[in-house]
Design a protein around this ligand. Structure first.
Ligand SMILES: [Zn+2]
Ligand SMILES: [Zn+2]
Length: 412
């Protein structure tokens, strides 16, 4: 099999967009004529890889592979050999599964060096910027990410629906780059001027560093910026929206919220602490921290991988907790500093791994506040350690840091 025209991918082009251009520029009438030809060709070279290569464009990307993404990757590498693109391999364009967990448990995808929470990946529609399409007819990968609400090159809102037939745009389903299914040329569509929050949200996604515009634009890793948006959704709504996503309205509010960071957060925590007495069913020293403050510790570990700015949310939280303990010394009457922290929360607050936290307990550095027969409760996530003791132990952190985790105990 030979492809006569081998276009170069653009650096921020999506894989689906590139494959569409490949088919158009080689005069295939439909994308599926190309994809079937590729599948047949793969069949001759690598039976397994052929099985992992989908005919539909909407299922092409690596993260759609239900079982073996390694076979899908193999298939794409073989396709790559048809396109002569050593400089920018197709896999650079691909969106893959990532093992990174956002806010302690939310899954993510990986593309071009960044992890993106799945909750911020557009599922149904992919909007376009008509002006960008006019300049270069390809789909930018960032258009797939939910915060990208406005084009930063043209300061206009993204176009989500066809102006003629009002269908939601999704080029991976229509298998057309600049035309709607109804035939309308999207390059002729007009769009509204962008709002300021939309431009900030879009800048977050492309990694632009401009701290004077917004505090989140001071964070360098894109993964962490996106983690902050997800964090805000979980902080306000406790969970994702009905489509398992962060809603656009929440993104708008998050942009506003973080302009007052971290003072606004500290104030809210102080209010919660002040009102905590009203929520008590038992005494403070028999109540889980979680029952008063919710899962704030769990969601505030933004990413597993440590970046220099990973503690963007955790630091103000820890500062607040340290102050809370200082202001509420131990006395005969239990107080808010005696709330019970669970094992996973303890690991996060101590900045260490779950295993290290468990060892601290086994070695007697962490004392269990309640007695139980088995270790069941210890791992189940209910409060077992006094907040006071965790914060005190935290201050005695061993200075030698051999990894991203703080070590409280030598390795043996
Ligand atoms: Zn544009
Ligand atoms: Zn249309």
């Amino acid at each position: 099999m030979k492809l006569l025209v081998r276009p170069r991918p653009f650096i921020n082009e999506s894989l689906e967009s590139y494959m569409l251009r490949l088919s158009q520029e080689n005069f295939f009438e439909y994308y599926q004529q190309l994809s079937r030809a590729i599948k047949d060709w793969l069949q001759l070279h690598d039976h397994e890889a052929a099985g992992a290569f989908p005919v539909e464009l909407s299922r092409l990307n690596v993260y759609h592979a239900a079982q073996s993404s390694s076979r899908r990757i193999r298939a794409l590498k073989l396709v790559e050999s048809l396109t002569d693109n050593e400089k920018l391999p197709l896999l650079h364009l691909a969106v893959m599964h990532s093992s990174e967990k956002f806010c302690s448990r939310y899954s993510s995808l990986f593309n071009a060096g960044s992890h993106v929470p799945r909750a911020l990946v557009r599922q149904k529609g992919i909007p376009v910027c008509p002006d960008c399409l006019t300049e270069a007819n390809y789909i930018r990968q960032e258009w797939h990410w939910m915060p990208y609400e406005a084009c930063i090159n043209h300061s206009k809102q993204m176009l989500h629906e066809c102006p003629k037939c009002e269908e939601k745009l999704n080029y991976t389903h229509s298998e057309c780059l600049h035309t709607c299914r109804c035939g309308f040329d999207l390059r002729n569509a007009g769009t509204e001027p962008a709002e300021e929050w939309q431009l900030i949200a879009s800048r977050l996604v492309v990694g632009e560093h401009s701290p004077s515009r917004h505090p989140l634009l001071d964070i360098r890793p894109i993964s962490l910026r996106l983690a902050c948006l997800l964090w805000y959704q979980l902080y306000i709504h406790k969970t994702l929206d009905a489509s398992d996503q962060v809603s656009t309205l929440t993104i708008e509010r998050a942009i506003e919220y973080f302009t007052h960071w971290p003072e606004v957060f500290t104030q809210e925590l102080e209010q919660q602490a002040a009102l905590s007495g009203d929520k008590l069913v038992c005494d403070y020293n028999k109540t889980s921290f979680h029952d008063v403050f919710g899962n704030i510790v769990g969601i505030s570990r933004l990413l597993l991988k440590a970046y220099p700015e990973s503690d963007f949310v955790l630091t103000p939280l820890e500062n607040f907790l340290a102050r809370l303990v200082d202001q509420n010394p131990q006395s005969r009457v239990p107080n808010v500093a005696d709330l019970l922290i669970s094992m996973p929360e303890a690991a996060i607050l101590l900045g260490t791994s779950y295993e290290q936290a468990y060892r601290l307990y086994e070695e007697g550095y962490l004392k269990c506040a309640i007695k139980f027969k088995s270790h069941e409760k210890l791992v189940s996530g209910i409060g077992v350690f006094y907040l006071r003791e965790i914060m005190e132990l935290r201050q005695s952190r061993m200075p030698v840091e051999t990894s991203s985790y703080n070590n409280y105990l030598p390795a043996w």
